[in-house]
Design a protein around this ligand. Structure first.
Ligand SMILES: [Cu+2]
Length: 306
């Protein structure tokens, strides 16, 4: 997924230029990781509700540890790709760049795409992503998923699925919460439990080895579904010269219950997601052996949720 996104954005793999640290000393607050503040607009959290074809945002953020709650209330797949706006740029500039015929127009408006808390979610799914990756600044949220039922691929962003929000200077510190499970994704392996209990799970994902790794929690449509099936589905979705048919999301080989774009080596994120019983794949969504790219084979775990 990420490789496709990087192409779409015309920018290389995101090296997040952080804005944190510089605001140190301004304000210090402590939040609990995966705190319940997100829904009630509480502690350093932002709620992002996605549907056809817009984002509804609520909450307020300061730099430091923050929780972004993401929800797909629509009928199609949706994505939230986060990018820091360049100095002086506005949402109108992003809109103009997205409408431009020039594929590189976006590069002059936004910094490289931020990794987590960016996500893709299936209809009806929601997750909370706690990270320390959002520094002070103004960010764009953009959906590049092609619109269903059109005569040609038109990204949701062109239909208005674009929003901006501002992170105030600050130095909010996260308090270490005990996760329900930990998945440490190293090169060619994923150390984590093969079973989880149904219900809300706080999953701590650590990117180790020569990362980045991309985190995904996908429920298999059938017991024999493989990650290759899901990967092929997404490659087709993004690379096809036709728009996906109406209702395509219901026929996907996997339901994306939670996901997070690249997490840099040494970084940890906390993903809180409600899981119903079933067969899942949890691990790194980056592809196996492809020319010139690192091989992420072996980083996907079969997980049973009971
Ligand atoms: Cu969308």
């Amino acid at each position: 997924m990420l490789l496709v996104l990087a192409l779409v954005l015309g920018i290389g793999l995101a090296a997040c230029s952080d804005g944190d640290g510089t605001g140190a000393g301004r304000t210090t607050t402590t939040v609990t990781e995966a705190g319940s503040g997100a829904e009630d607009g509480g502690v350093n959290s932002l709620a992002v509700d996605m549907k056809e074809y817009s984002y509804a945002l609520s909450g307020q953020l300061q730099a430091g540890t923050s929780t972004v709650s993401l929800k797909n209330s629509g009928a199609e797949l949706h994505m939230a790709a986060f990018s820091l706006l360049k100095d002086g740029k506005t949402e109108a500039d992003v809109q103009a760049a997205l409408r431009s015929e020039d594929d590189s127009a976006l590069e002059s408006v936004v910094e490289a795409q931020l990794d987590a808390p960016g996500t893709v979610l299936s209809p009806g799914r929601s997750e909370k992503v706690t990270t320390d990756l959002l520094g002070a600044g103004t960010y764009a949220i953009i959906c590049f998923i092609p619109t269903a039922g059109e005569s040609a691929p038109i990204p949701h962003a062109a239909k208005g699925m674009l929003a901006t929000f501002t992170v105030a200077p600050g130095a909010v510190e996260g308090k270490a919460a005990r996760p329900d499970a930990e998945y440490t994704i190293d090169d060619g392996r994923n150390d984590g439990p093969p079973t989880l209990k149904a219900g809300e799970n706080a999953l701590r994902m650590t990117s180790a080895g020569a990362g980045p790794h991309e985190f995904i929690v996908a429920r298999k449509s059938t017991p024999s579904t493989t990650y290759d099936d899901i990967d092929t589905f997404f490659t087709d979705l993004f690379e096809s010269d036709k728009a996906p048919p109406t209702g395509y999301a219901d026929t996907a080989p996997g339901i994306i219950a939670a996901s997070s774009f690249d997490v840099a080596t040494g970084k940890t994120i906390l993903v809180t997601v409600d899981l119903e019983p079933g067969d899942y794949l949890i691990g790194c969504a980056l592809p196996g052996e492809e020319e010139g790219d690192k091989d992420h084979t072996g980083e996907m775990l079969e997980v049973k949720v009971t």
